[in-house]
Structure formats: structure tokens, C-alpha cells
Design a protein. Structure first.
Length: 239
């Protein structure tokens, strides 16, 4: 049964999301010269909630989803054109190129904010891929168009993973459009008959969980740090 595999995948996602990140996390100063020690990854409560809610919604949608009807409605709605933009926005090449471009621009301009944004987007891209790709092969659900590996939607996961990261780095002016584009990506995947509703629902949950975790790390890097050492105390802050 497809739901048996999806249930196992939902459980696996709760284990894979935190393990998909490299262990060195937020840097903590250990002496007055700025030496640093790694701290482990902390997955925020919102990320766990996103996975749980996404799993429940995906399960419920399995009972009534109809890919042909969804595509028919979207093809004839005002969202047809915007949904096509979403298909490009959530593409892996777009995300990888955007991440590398921001990092490179920040490095050339010596702009730490752009460089960090590019690095965090790259982290979100790699972590999302590490979670989604094994799931696709395990579930091996046939797409509405007859191709393989439908569940979960990788495009949707990547789009939703970017949104919290962009919001953390650039605020709501960039974050709100990023969330809107993520929603359009989900619609675009259904319009193109590449995914079922359950695919994009759980894909968005995985993406949000990864993006929230990366965004938390991004916010923590800029918070003041206090440490006691053998030489005294040190407080550092990065702006």
C-alpha cells in the first residue's frame, strides 16, 4: 500500500532532517583570541510541527486527491502563468545557481551578509536533497504523467526550504515573496501533472523543516556569544 510506505517515509523524515546537516554548527568563542568550538544542530519545534502536520495532511489528501481534476482547474485558472514561474523557481539548478551566485558575489564584494546567505541557501539545498532523494526511491510512487518517483515533490521541498532562509537573511521584503513563490511551485507541479496533492503537501513540510533549521542557525550566528576560558571571559558578536 502506498500509505504504508508514505508512513514509513514520514517517520524517516523526522530522523533524516537533523542528520542531513553537517555537525559543525553555530560557532562559540573559547578564548579572547576568537578561537571557536563547534556546537551541535538544534532542530526547532516548528520544524517538527511542519513534518507532523505535513504528514497528516498528506495522508488525508490521499483519500480524495485527483491529479487530473487539479491540473484541469489550474490550467484554466488565473494561476496558470504564475504557476509556471514556480516550476522554474523550485528547480534544483535554479536553487544551486542562486546559492553559488550569492556566495560568489558576497565573496567578491566582501559582503558577509550576501556570502552567508549564499552559504545557507546551499546548505538548505544539500540537506533537502539528502532527505528527499532517498524518500523518492523508497516510495517509488508513479507520477500522474506516468513517470517514477513522485513522492515527495523535490521542487516544492526546495522552494519551501529557501523561504525561511531568505526571510532570516533579508527580512519580510524578500521572505514574503519567497513563500509566495514556494506556493506557486507546489501549484505548478500539480498543473504540470508531475505530482499529486499529497506529494506537494509533504514536500513543503520537509522543505519548511529544513529551511527553519538552517534559518535558526543563521540567526544564531549573529547573536552575541559569551564564553568562560582559562584566560577569562570573552564576548563576541558578528554583524
Amino acid at each position: 500500500m502506498i500509505w504504508t510506505r508514505i508512513s514509513k517515509v514520514a517517520l524517516a523524515a523526522c530522523l533524516l532532517v537533523p542528520s542531513a546537516f553537517p555537525r559543525p554548527g553555530v560557532a562559540t568563542p573559547i578564548d579572547a583570541r576568537g578561537m571557536q568550538a563547534p556546537r551541535g544542530i538544534h532542530v526547532p519545534r516548528g520544524a517538527w510541527m511542519a513534518l507532523v502536520v505535513g504528514g497528516v495532511l498528506a495522508r488525508e489528501s490521499l483519500r480524495r486527491e485527483n491529479a487530473a481534476d487539479a491540473a484541469y482547474v489550474l490550467d484554466r485558472s488565473p494561476l496558470d502563468g504564475p504557476a509556471d514561474v514556480g516550476n522554474v523557481w523550485g528547480d534544483g539548478l535554479t536553487v544551486a545557481a542562486g546559492s553559488a551566485g550569492l556566495f560568489g558575489l558576497g565573496a567578491l564584494a566582501r559582503d558577509h551578509s550576501l556570502r552567508d546567505a549564499g552559504r545557507d541557501l546551499g546548505t538548505a539545498f544539500l540537506a533537502t536533497s539528502a532527505v528527499v532523494l532517498p524518500m523518492k526511491r523508497f516510495v517509488d510512487r508513479t507520477r500522474p504523467n506516468g513517470a517514477r518517483y513522485s513522492f515527495p515533490s523535490g521542487h516544492t521541498a526546495l522552494a519551501f526550504a529557501m523561504a525561511p532562509v531568505l526571510s532570516a537573511h533579508f527580512g519580510p521584503r524578500i521572505g514574503v515573496p519567497a513563500y509566495a513563490l514556494a506556493g506557486l511551485t507546489a501549484l505548478g507541479r500539480m498543473e504540470e501533472r508531475k505530482h499529486y496533492l499529497s506529494d506537494v503537501l509533504f514536500g513543503s513540510a520537509v522543505g519548511l523543516a529544513v529551511g527553519m533549521t538552517v534559518a535558526r542557525r543563521a540567526s544564531s550566528r549573529h547573536a552575541p556569544e559569551f564564553a568562560l576560558t582559562g584566560r577569562g571571559a570573552a564576548i563576541t558578536a558578528r554583524f
